[in-house]
Design a protein around this ligand. Sequence first.
Ligand code: TGC
Ligand code: FAD
Length: 392
Amino acid sequence: MKPDLFQAPDYYLLDDLLTEEHKLIRDAARAWVKREVSPIIEEYAQKAEFPKQIISGLAEIGGFGPYIPTEYGGAGLDQISYGLIMQEIERGDSGVRSTSSVQSSLVMYPIWKYGNEEQRNKYLPKLATGEMIGCFGLTEPDHGSNPSGMITNFKDMGDHYLLNGAKMWISNAPFADIAVVWAKNEEGRIHGLIVERGMEGFTTPETHNKWSLRASATGELIFDNVKVPKENLLPNKSGLGAPLGCLDSARYGIAWGAIGAAMDCYDTALRYSKERIQFDKPIGATQLQQKKLAEMITEITKAQMLTWRLGVLRNEGRATSAQISMAKRNNVNMALEIARDARQMLGGMGITGEYSIMRHMMNLESVVTYEGTHDIHLLITGMDVTGFPAFK
Ligand code: TGC
Ligand code: FAD
């Protein structure tokens, strides 16, 4: 792969909206990605393997629980810092950002928000350092966009719960130490349970042959009469709103992350357009390629503004789930379209692993589907503005 020459576009001088602390955090994450992710990520994506050696570095830049209070090992940062870290990590690779998102927003967040003090103290510090890796089991083979129909269930056996069912498409599942699993009790109410690797009847087969997110491990969670200790139930919230509340936090991070992938594609295409000579002039001097670049930087700038504002609203506790949906949907689609155009701008070179674009493009095909598909987020916006849910 070519050396990482990334220069972040900031067309509207949005750095002026960041504090010195934001910039320090962002720049540290950016430098780490250049040093530790860019040189190795293509090789790991090609061999479809998550680079486990970067886990401790991810923890050091605040990639695990950036906004979780420091008393539990988190970095205690605000929502803009969290977003900037996600942006920089996904600039390197969406699969690495996935690992960070799942650990932070889908494992640490529910334990922090819905768990008790013993659960927080037992799991959060180890998750923050990466000593322990977690995954989040909501999706099932027959229930993706409609998780309320889930059939994974648990029964109260007196001194423990008995868990049965299966989850599919679970990031980090093949090597996770714990899984936050969403399952129905005998009354059909959804609860979160912490399932630990090694519990009898719990297996995590890996999903192979993905063309997307190849540097992130995906798998199933199978529960065959798993005895889960009663103290592993998250006591402080139940119902579908509990897992969906975690998704709000993860989707917000993805909205920032997608900007990172888009910036990397734009920056690569811009540089290439100045160097690649055809018909005796740089391709960047042609109107057609300038149109692509001009539209890319316009869309990146709009997404940066939208997402910064969303971060301010999150910091003030005023962001709605529907606002988060809009940003996730807009930014991921924006990044995917930029990746496709950037790929074309590099001609044949665009399909090779010499450049990051094709990897970003394929990764974004998952990002546009997971954490709520492009269509589901549109329906969430539609419901928000009309008051009519059109899902069913
Ligand atoms: P609905 O009746 O609308 O809502 C049920 C309850 O949930 C509440 N709620 C939310 N709470 C917090 N945050 C949100 N975003 C919420 N959205 C809804 C709602 O108020 C209600 O509460 P209550 O107290 O009244 O019961 O539920 P529905 O069944 O009609 O579904 C609505 C729909 C379609 C929007 C929802 O099911 C949905 O978002 N579906 C998409 C599923 C999804 O996003 N799955 C993601 C799985 S995890 C993943 O992909 C990780 S990728 C990992 C990585 O980053 O690598
Ligand atoms: P479906 O729900 O079957 O949707 C198929 C198509 O139908 C989509 O285009 C959808 O938009 C459309 N559709 C569905 N309902 C409607 C409707 N009412 N109106 C109009 N169109 C509709 N899940 C987890 O729980 N944990 C994870 O860690 C996780 N990681 C993932 C990693 C990867 C790489 C991938 C690909 C997925 C991951 N997921 C995870 C699952 C992900 O959240 C689901 O794939 C996603 O929610 C969509 O579900 P589905 O694939 O079953 O598609």
